[in-house]
Design a protein around this ligand. Structure first.
Ligand SMILES: [Fe+2]
Ligand SMILES: [Fe+2]
Length: 305
């Protein structure tokens, strides 16, 4: 089915999911979550000192990557608008989504500026570098696009929420939790759009899910030293293979989308499904291995204290 015809066919579903999204949205204000009383002016030539706020490096990595991902919104918007177009419920959704995403970088940056949890100069330089490079994934078909954003919104929700937990700061936790709750509602829109596509065009959709799971990466292309930060984030257990497997692939791909029990697939889709299920299993095993290793080295550190 051509992309235009597919989107036209799914437009009533988009309208229904948009209504559900709006009905479950509660207005919130970034300024109410930021602990302004902890802030003060930055003197000329200010140089950040990590000892101002004691935070493990991996938590700073996570804040840095999460905020820069939010800063890359112009390019995510471009992908979404190209995919959906500006008309009908699709356009209304794309603009509403953009408006909601915009407040994520506002609230996280204000929190970080006021608390001085990360170097504001390094952060601004990294934002300039990232936005100037303008890279985001560009899924080739609407099926791939929906599969990618369904996984990505949930991954972002988990990363924000877990970052909030390790901050050990009530105000920071509330900021990240609020952002995570927006990401969750975005995820639900896309998750259920994929479910609708699995009914409408199951073979194509299964192939797209397989491709997107195979190539999935946390958003971060274009971020300075992304690999180093991603490793630190995994090491801290904020986002790793075990989480990816247990909180995304199993509950969404296997349980909610029920890919294992779909019927009437083309031979190509059957093959894609088999390799998808195998891959999920492999990711689960790798996740358990990494988690066990992390546990072991934490025990060693404790034993050495
Ligand atoms: Fe966001
Ligand atoms: Fe989102």
């Amino acid at each position: 089915m051509a992309a235009d015809a597919l989107l036209a066919e799914l437009e009533p579903t988009a309208a229904r999911l948009l209504d559900r999204h709006l009905a479950t949205s509660k207005e919130w204000f970034p300024h109410e979550l930021v602990p302004w009383s902890r802030g003060r002016d930055f003197e000329a030539g200010y140089e950040w000192d990590p000892s101002e706020v004691s935070l493990p490096d991996e938590v700073r990595s996570s804040l840095f990557v999460n905020l820069l991902t939010e800063d890359n919104l112009p390019y995510y918007f471009r992908t979404i608008e190209r995919m959906f177009g500006g008309d009908s419920a699709w356009g209304v959704w794309a603009r509403r989504w953009t408006a909601e995403e915009g407040r994520h970088s506002i609230v996280i940056r204000d929190y970080l500026t006021v608390t001085r949890a990360i170097d504001p100069v390094a952060l601004e330089r990294a934002r300039m570098a990232q936005v100037e490079c303008g890279q985001v994934p560009e899924p080739e078909t609407p099926h791939d696009g929906f599969a990618y954003v369904a996984l990505q919104e949930l991954a972002t929700r988990i990363a924000h929420h877990n970052t909030g937990k390790v901050l050990e700061d009530k105000a920071g936790y509330e900021v990240m939790k609020k952002v995570a709750s927006d990401e969750n509602r975005h995820h639900l829109f896309y998750r259920d759009m994929v479910a609708a596509l699995l009914e409408l065009d199951p073979s194509e959709m299964v192939c797209a899910i397989e491709r997107q799971v195979r190539t999935f990466e946390m958003p971060g292309t274009g971020i300075v030293d992304f690999e180093v930060h991603a490793k630190a984030i995994a090491k801290a257990g904020i986002y790793d293979f075990a989480i990816h497997h247990d909180q995304i692939l199993v509950p969404v791909v296997l349980r909610h989308w029920g890919v294992e029990s779909l019927e009437g697939l083309s031979p190509e889709a059957e093959e894609a499904r088999a390799s998808l299920v195998q891959r999920i299993d492999r990711i689960g095993r790798a996740g358990r291995r990494f988690a066990a290793r992390r546990e072991e080295s934490a025990q060693q550190v404790l034993a050495a204290v």
